[in-house]
Design a protein around this ligand. Sequence first.
Ligand code: PEP
Ligand code: MG
Length: 546
Amino acid sequence: MKKYQGKGVYGAVAIGKISLFKKNDTEVKRVHTEDIEGEKKRYEEAKSLAMQQLQEIYDKALKEVGNAHAAIFEIHQMMLDDDDYNDSVYNIIETQSINAEYAVAVTADNFAEMFSAMEDEYMKARAADVRDISNRLISNLLGNFTEKTNSDEKVVICASDLVPSETVSLDKDKVMAFVTAHGSSNSHTAILARNMNIPAIIGAGEDFLNGIKSGDEVIVDGYTGEIFVDPDEETRKRLIEKQRDDEEKKRLLEELKGKENVTLDGHKINVYANIGSVSDIGKVLVNDAGGIGLFRSEFLYLENSDYPTEEQQFSAYKKVLESMAGKKVIIRTLDIGADKKVDYFNLKPEENPALGYRAIRICLTRPEIFKTQLKALYRASVFGNLGIMFPMITSVSELEKILEICDAVKSELKSQDILYSESVELGIMIETPAAAVISDKLAPMVDFFSVGTNDLTQYTLACDRQNPDIEQFVNTHHEAVLRLIEMSAENAHKYGAWVGICGELGADTTLTETFLRMGIDELSVSPAFVLKVREAIRKTDLSKKQ
Ligand code: PEP
Ligand code: MG
């Protein structure tokens, strides 16, 4: 048995087999060759394999997510068959006497650059597709595939690190746990793991990665952060027992379903759930959340290889609103940037991405993207009880511009006789110290605040949430963060707005009483934590002096 230690980000125990997740980024070497015909043949074989792979993905996508999302894989097939692209590869092989993978890489760079330079936004976005098909060809040429999981078996995904776009692309029905060698507990990958309701461990270290292979037996204890590879009988027995205890605890929490979120002295609070995609709604309903307090809409963008159209967005928002049957649904406008990168946005590399061009800053400078999303949101608003929330606010003038754009979108819809609800609530995230400090100015302009403690902690304590090396300096209970939350709550109430918390701190039950005493009106947490938070609320007595 080999034992490794990481940091647990979602408590639960999983027992199963390892599947190593390999990145697709491959180093391409320039190799001189005399066998020009041989290289051309290798390219043709890689291309026909790519065609076959794309057909399989297209068929799967068509079944699972419908025509609109599947269409992109047809476009990829067409691009693979494009004469200009293929001629360029053959030409480079012939004129430079070099290997096929290098010819593909050079072609990819040339085509991607050409697309990026185009005026038209649609054509610009094709740069990412050219890179995508080229990476597939290179992987095929190198015989370098992401290891596929056995179709029926759930596995423990082990990786160096996973970025959010990789996490969303995993087949969630087949993943029983995550372990990464690197990563930090507040990263979006960790949040996604919590949302997926599966044990997850980060920071297991390089030794872990070097000491495992696909197919190894493993036990993952998300409570302690321990990983046991090839476990001995005693460890296996102990952890099976722990898994059973866990299930018993979960069963007891089940009894809280249908009950109110009310303290012993009768104070009520809303407990909502955070989601990242339409497919998370099942978990929201199963865990009996009172609404959705944060729909991270950027995952719609991350799951797509092009800007999601107004129609695509409308149908996703409508589905969420209808499924929640009149319960509150708060959809956050896109929060792309920092660790949530999407190729087709063509964002420049930045020195400090967390402090950079992200979220509302993209929306305000590229209003066509923002307006498309707002139109889809307002159109969907007639199908339920919608709230729209804006991320990364730092100033009154930003909020003024946002509200102007919302009004413009509504006027446009009205002029086209398209229905929207007049009772959509508008709110902002309090996730920068600036927003908390001027919350007295911002509160009169909105219906609600939702405190994003993940970013608020990062910016208040000057600790990059992506950097695992500084986790020891991240005191999530830091007085400065708690004071900023309290100040925002006071100002919200003073000006008639309600206030919630949608960052990970909302699920920290050691703070539930503190939040209740601050007058927080809503806590929005990963679906799996809804009942745990309900239990903590029902045990609290605010009438007792602290
Ligand atoms: C937050 O910052 O607390 C938050 C909820 O937003 P995200 O984690 O998506 O940045
Ligand atoms: Mg945030």
